[in-house]
Design a protein around this ligand. Structure first.
Ligand code: SF4
Ligand code: SF4
Ligand code: SF4
Length: 537
């Protein structure tokens, strides 16, 4: 937990605190040893020390010198403490309170990244610490170096170079070097002597983040790590055109085909063939828009999820339509990789299509679509009532519009998606669906709910190679296998893909089956999940 924390700083502070305490106790003990102190019976520790003084012969007036000596030790230690605090990590004692007070309200900072004004911005992202807002700098001063964030970070725990604590600590050191310790003329004039990326934080650290929010969740002083990491990605991508080369393919595909899979736009609705799903043009005024997302539109395993889900919607009599060929990637991968320009293009395209179709309510079966449409589209005028498919399924089951009747006996576990759980506080509905399946017994993975462990695909990492350390999805599959549940339900297309890959890599197909929650529910209603009839893509 304290790996890489500043131990010297901690020891100096502990030494000063100990000196202050010794000074105070010694002072009280000397007063008791002088005799006649009416508060002696309330001070057992000082009284015990007073007895020691008495054994040394420091009695009556002889104890006055000891009293004065301890008084000055106490006063000088307090003064030294006050002088030392502003230049030490213990500044958090003072700044943590305003930092908590000025925290971002509404959607969490990593759930809704701040948009860049692409036409007027002086810089895209952050490569010099002083480009951050005052609140970001207050975050840096507030870190206690407690290491709680590092203990939950999936990147750190699987041997990646990223440690969220050190992102904050190194940025703070960089701030000191850039501003406080720099010569006066450099403090005023650009260029700054130190850049943030490269000098303080390495590119590998920046790219290792899966934007899962586990660090922010744990931080006792509510520091916002994810927007800072995303700011640095924005600088690398938009100002220097630097990013992992695999990500380039995904970004180019989003730009040209409207999906990161690189498959033709024309195939976007192939998954729905034969299901009687209507587009908003064929069925204007539908109560819900089902925003399908790229994974469910193009990825074979996730197309099966979309088909199972729409069969459930039809069975429950939910009035819905899809955008069809007007739907394009919601832009989340582009935004989390750092390409804000591409994100805004995608978001605006979707919002225009949704506005034209007079959409008010949206269902998303992908937590990344859900999060972006719910928390980020309002930044561009797209305001909708958004539900995740697990929320809708849970309420349809509760209302009796879906009645799971066929038993799926045995232990079931559920993998919390970060974008559903931590970023949007949706923990119960998926569990309610599992519990509604006859015979299913829900057991939890050791890291679950707020402490869920990312599958490794967030923050655009789905589209990058994982070359350093252990693969995060392998670690998550191992954690899941330890529950001894033969089934794990997911609620996110990327989680499903990562689990499928992880289970195959571990050769654990006979011990662990993974499906989306909608598929398990469909099995319990239909007896069998609907099969994919089209294979294009
Ligand atoms: S968001 Fe997740 S991966 Fe990124 S630093 Fe925080 S805990 Fe680590
Ligand atoms: S949890 Fe917060 S305070 Fe603790 S080390 Fe991490 S960033 Fe600093
Ligand atoms: S793919 Fe799933 S677990 Fe991974 S970041 Fe996205 S929501 Fe979280």
């Amino acid at each position: 937990q304290f790996q890489e924390s500043n131990e010297v700083d901690a020891l100096i502070i502990l030494g000063l605190i100990a000196t202050i305490m010794v000074g105070m106790l010694g002072q009280n003990a000397a007063r008791i040893a002088q005799g006649g102190d009416p508060s002696a019976s309330w001070r057992p520790v000082a009284s015990a020390i007073a007895r020691l003084f008495e054994s040394l012969g420091w009695l009556g007036t002889a104890a006055i010198a000891a009293h004065e000596a301890f008084y000055w030790i106490h006063v000088l230690a307090v003064l030294a403490f006050l002088v030392y605090i502003p230049s030490s990590k213990h500044l958090h004692i003072i700044v943590a309170i305003p930092n908590v007070f000025f925290r971002k309200l509404g959607p969490r900072a990593g759930a809704a990244l701040a948009p860049i004004d692409l036409e007027h911005a002086e810089h895209y992202g952050v490569n010099t610490v002083t480009q951050w807002s005052w609140k970001n700098l207050l975050d840096l001063y507030s870190c206690t170096e407690c290491g709680r964030c590092q203990e939950q970070c999936p990147a750190f725990l699987t041997g990646k170079p990223l440690n969220p604590k050190m992102i904050i600590v190194d940025a703070r050191e960089n701030l000191y070097k850039t501003v406080r310790d720099a010569p006066a003329e450099q403090r005023r004039d650009a260029p700054r002597p130190q850049t943030l990326i490269g000098d303080a934080i390495k590119e590998d650290e920046i790219w290792a983040c899966v934007a899962c929010g586990a660090c922010q969740q744990e931080c006792p002083v509510l520091i916002e790590h994810v927007p800072k990491i995303m700011d640095m990605r924005r600088s690398l991508v938009l100002e220097e055109s630097k990013f992992p080369k695999e990500a380039q393919g995904a970004l180019r595909s989003i730009e040209t085909q409207g999906n990161p899979y690189g498959l033709p736009r024309a195939q976007r609705t192939d998954w729905a063939q034969g299901l009687g799903v209507k587009t908003v043009e064929e069925h204007p005024g539908a109560e819900y828009l089902y925003f399908v997302g790229c994974a469910a539109s193009y990825d074979e395993a996730n197309r099966a999820v979309a088909r199972a889900f729409v069969r459930l919607l039809q069975k429950a009599g939910v009035d819905f339509a899809i955008l069809g060929s007007h739907e394009t990637c919601n832009g989340d991968p582009a935004r989390r990789i750092g390409n804000e320009y591409l994100y805004q293009t995608q978001a605006q395209q979707n919002i225009a299509a949704m506005t034209a179709a007079k959409v008010r309510k949206v269902i998303a079966s992908c937590p990344h679509c859900f999060n972006t449409i719910k928390n980020e589209f309002p930044q561009f005028g797209g305001n909708y009532e958004v539900v995740h498919h697990t929320q809708l399924l849970a309420s349809l089951v509760k209302e009796g519009r879906l009645r799971p009747s066929k038993a799926i006996d045995g232990r079931f576990t559920y993998h919390d998606s970060c974008y559903l759980g931590r970023w949007n506080d949706i923990y119960d509905p998926p569990r309610e669906v599992i519990e509604a399946i006859p015979g299913a017994k829900l057991v939890e993975i050791e890291r679950h709910r707020k402490r869920g462990f990312c599958c490794g695909a967030g923050g655009g990492r789905m589209w990058m190679e994982e070359k350093i350390g252990k693969r995060i999805n392998h670690e998550r599959v191992e954690q899941t296998l330890r529950t001894e549940a033969p089934r794990v339900a997911t609620a996110c297309p990327f989680c499903l893909t990562m689990f499928r890959d992880g289970i195959a890599a571990k050769g654990a197909e006979s011990r662990l089956q993974v499906k989306d929650l909608a598929q398990y529910l469909a099995e319990s209603i239909d007896g069998e999940a609907p099969r994919l009839t089209t294979t294009s893509g």
